[in-house]
Design a protein around this ligand. Structure first.
Ligand SMILES: NC(=O)c1ccc[n+]([C@@H]2O[C@H](COP(=O)([O-])OP(=O)(O)OC[C@H]3O[C@@H](n4cnc5c(N)ncnc54)[C@H](O)[C@@H]3O)[C@@H](O)[C@H]2O)c1
Length: 341
């Protein structure tokens, strides 16, 4: 394939704007040639911003009529599998927003389709493409805080304060679940990358009264056990009333700690300037959407497997599935049980 890659955007809502902006900055890699949304005016607006791209309201029409190499899917979760599979059947490479699908079975069918039709499937797990997390990963790889023992992570939002009541994110059938699959997914995927593979989980969930009309969990607390012996607790909250959007990550090792409380800080016995105190890590932020799209484009041109490939992200989907199963059955769930189903 040659650059610029001809891209079709499917879904022109909230996050699509960040993808579109990133593609426009990466004009050496991408040319957006078609935009699709069931809301015609949204597709038209994106198409205009992209510079006269074709407009579609039906993704199947777009797949059969537009001259595109790849699609960028930024749709409600229940449509990810259906659209990604149709795109793969049409021979188009696929970038799909997180979470990969509504559930693990759908995610597996996406991987099968991508393999069958020989196309690349990448999941837009934006947190792995943040400069801060790339630097933390480098420090952890260098064992600056020794062996990882324990991680505390949380994502706090109040859904009813940030989305209109009745939005698809309130519905299990459209989103695949609540706070775990929609926002906890960010930390599950990130922790798999930073800490290691998760082998077992134990979770408790609640449905609070502060998200009217929501039919799934808005509070989940999960204990995650890692293959390397580390343990984490992850709180996925859509019921964090009056809380600003906040995300906690604190990683405790045998020789130090890294946390993001009030900015990224490190305390390490191994580095004299970081010993016995919390030193601020100065990390220049980057646009994760630009980074993830750049990675997608470069992988297509070089025929490399993306960092957050469909194959890789089956494990993220399996952890989500295990958290839901554990909360339902009130028992510890091993990932091997879930992956085997
Ligand atoms: N990486 C991140 O930080 C991040 C942040 C927000 C959302 N997301 C993810 O991005 C995806 C989209 O979320 P959003 O917040 O942009 O949602 P949104 O509701 O703002 O946008 C979804 C768009 O899809 C369109 N749509 C619905 N059905 C369609 C169909 N059949 N064909 C074509 N278009 C259709 C809607 O009209 C809407 O414009 C989700 O997977 C979400 O989890 C990721």
């Amino acid at each position: 394939m040659e650059a610029p890659i001809k891209l079709g955007m499917i879904g022109c809502g909230g996050i699509a704007k960040a993808h579109l902006r990133a593609c426009m900055q990466l004009s050496h890699l991408f040319r957006i040639v078609a935009c699709c949304d069931v809301r015609k005016e949204a597709a038209e607006k994106s198409a205009e911003s992209a510079g006269n791209a074709l407009v579609f309201t039906d993704y199947r029409e777009m797949l059969s009529h537009a001259d595109i190499d790849a699609v960028d899917i930024t749709l409600p979760h229940h449509l990810h599998a259906e659209v990604a599979i149709a795109a793969a059947e049409a021979g188009k490479h696929v970038l799909v927003e997180k979470p990969m699908a509504n559930n693990l079975a759908e995610a597996k069918s996406m991987v099968d389709a991508a393999d069958k039709y020989g196309v690349t499937l990448m999941v837009a797990q934006s947190q792995r493409y943040m400069a801060e997390h790339r630097e933390i990963k480098r420090l952890l790889n260098e064992k600056v805080i020794g062996q990882i023992l324990y991680v505390r992570a949380s994502v706090d939002q109040h859904l009813a304060a940030i989305r209109p009541l009745g939005d698809w994110l309130f519905k299990r059938s459209l989103a695949g679940g609540g706070s775990v699959i929609s926002i906890g997914v960010h930390k599950i995927d990130l922790l798999r990358w930073l800490v290691g593979e998760i082998v077992a989980v134990f979770a408790v969930e609640r449905q609070s009264p502060i998200n009217p009309g929501m039919d799934c969990e808005d509070i989940s607390v999960a204990i995650l056990e890692f293959e390397n012996g580390a343990v984490a607790d992850l709180a996925s909250l859509y019921a964090a009333k009056a809380s600003p959007w906040s995300e906690l990550l604190a990683i405790y090792g045998t020789e130090g700690v890294i946390h993001n409380i009030g900015g990224w800080h490190i305390n390490s016995d191994k580095v004299s300037e970081w010993k016995g105190k919390f030193a601020k890590l100065e990390i220049q932020p980057e646009d994760p959407f630009r980074n993830e799209l750049e990675h997608f484009g470069n992988c297509l041109l070089s025929e490399h497997e993306p960092l957050t490939s469909g194959h890789d992200n089956l494990k993220t989907m399996a952890v989500i599935e295990a958290i839901y199963l554990s909360a339902r059955e009130q028992s510890r769930v091993e990932l091997s049980e879930v992956m085997a189903t």
